[in-house]
Structure formats: structure tokens, C-alpha cells
Design a protein around this ligand. Structure first.
Ligand code: ZN
Length: 249
């Protein structure tokens, strides 16, 4: 796989504390290998120009560089989340340079791990949002994508960095400040279910006009074996928690 970009260290990508399928997604993003409308047009599947336009801005043909770099919608979103991390935003030419830029931000240790988890979650949330809008005609706003970026990244942080405790509101409002964390097991008070039972840890959240839920399934030692997160109807946190229970069941 590295033959497409021999200068990129795939080891850096493997160290991102995100689920394997997200690492695979990032690698495909780095290579620009996505089935976009431009891809389908070149293969004769989409013939009319208007069918190939970007679902977000409708001002350019949809290809991987437009979706993640050139689109004004993408620029606004990526600029916003860089601002949250106090990272100076730079306009990149293509998606390869964009990935390099995020990996070269000079965070270290825990902060670097948190930053890359957030970045991975941001791109994944953008891609899922784009798919929902194309195939399900679901409305897509920058606020929604930012909400799910935070929620998914929180799930991955909890799953992969058990040795740290995070304050939910800190992660939500000041992710760059979450480097100052207490070294306590996050589930020090967690107790396994009785033999023969499964126990999901579930949560629902509703903030900033968006809602979502998450959950994880752990072994008796508290090691995560399955986790999920996703959108919920904009009704409230309690309803979002009900959706989490439904997904778990
Ligand atoms: Zn666009």
C-alpha cells in the first residue's frame, strides 16, 4: 500500500488510537481512493454534469479533493475544529497535503493522541454525513458534523485511553485542554455483570441543537470488546439514551 506514497510513514497512521476501520479509512483518504461522483462519471455510471456536483456546495464536481479540501463547506468545518484546538489553519491543495498537515502539528504525547483521534473522527464524520446526504437525503450542517466528531472521538478516547479520566464538558468545549487529565482508571467503579449476563455502558447526549448516543461492551476485566456511536433524533438526552439502549439490544 505504501508504494503509492513511499514518503508517508504508515506507522504514524497505525498509531492513531481509532478503530481499525477508521485507520483504513484514513489510509484510503491519504491515497485519495474513494468512490465519489467524479469517479462514477469517469466510468460512465453518471453521465450528466449536474448529477456530479458537490452535495454540500453545488459549486464544484465532487471528487475526494473537493469534498475534504476545496469545498467551502469543508473549509468552514475544518477551520472551525482547528480553531477549537488553537491550531493555525492553512489551506491545503489536496487531501494528501491535508493529512500531512494534521500529522505534522507539533503536539506531543497525550495531546498528540487526542488531536489525531479528533482529526480521524472529523474526517470520518464528514464522510458519513456526505453519505447520509447523498443516499438518504438527510440534512447536513457543520454543527451536526462537529457534534458527531466530538461524540465519536470521545467514544474512541474512552476505549483506547483507559488510564486517563476525562471531564465530558472539558472534552466537549475545550478539547485542547484535556491534556491535563488525572491518571485514574476511568472505570475504577465499574463492576462486571453476573455470569451469563452482558452489560453495556450507554450514554445519550444532546447539545448545540444536535443529539447522539454511544455505548460499549466490556469483558469482566473492563476491556472494551465492542463500541458504537451515532446520531439520534433531536429530542433530548434522555431520548438519545433510549436510542442507545435500542441499539445495544
Ligand atoms: Zn462542495
Amino acid at each position: 500500500m505504501g508504494l503509492d506514497d513511499p514518503e508517508f510513514d504508515i506507522g504514524k497512521l497505525c498509531k492513531v488510537k481509532a478503530p481499525p476501520k477508521i485507520k483504513n479509512f484514513l489510509w484510503k483518504l491519504k491515497l485519495g481512493r474513494f468512490v465519489t461522483k467524479d469517479f462514477l462519471k469517469k466510468r460512465g455510471i453518471l453521465s450528466r454534469e449536474y448529477l456530479c456536483m458537490c452535495i454540500w456546495c453545488n459549486l464544484g464536481v465532487e471528487n475526494v479533493n473537493h469534498i475534504f479540501v476545496g469545498c467551502s463547506f469543508a473549509k468552514n468545518f475544518l477551520g472551525l475544529f482547528c480553531e477549537r484546538w488553537k491550531v493555525s489553519w492553512m489551506v491545503n491543495c489536496n487531501v494528501k497535503e491535508l493529512i500531512d498537515f494534521y500529522f505534522e502539528v507539533s503536539f506531543t504525547w497525550t495531546r498528540r493522541s487526542l488531536w489525531l483521534i479528533f482529526v480521524a473522527s472529523a474526517f470520518w464524520s464528514m464522510w458519513l454525513s456526505r453519505k447520509d446526504k447523498v443516499f438518504k437525503e438527510k440534512p447536513s450542517t457543520i454543527r451536526d458534523i462537529l457534534f458527531h466528531t466530538k461524540l465519536r472521538s470521545l467514544v474512541w478516547v474512552i476505549a483506547s485511553m483507559d488510564e486517563f479520566t476525562f471531564i465530558f464538558d472539558d472534552w466537549w468545549d475545550h478539547p485542547e485542554g484535556c491534556v491535563a487529565v488525572r491518571k485514574l482508571p476511568i472505570y475504577q467503579n465499574w463492576s462486571p455483570p453476573s455470569t451469563g449476563w452482558l452489560k453495556f455502558n450507554l450514554d445519550g447526549a444532546s447539545k448545540e441543537g444536535a443529539a447522539g448516543c454511544r455505548g460499549d461492551l466490556r469483558t469482566k476485566d473492563g476491556i472494551i470488546r465492542a463500541l458504537f456511536s451515532g446520531p439520534a433524533p433531536r429530542v433530548g438526552a434522555n431520548y438519545a439514551e433510549l436510542i442507545a439502549i435500542k441499539i445495544a439490544l
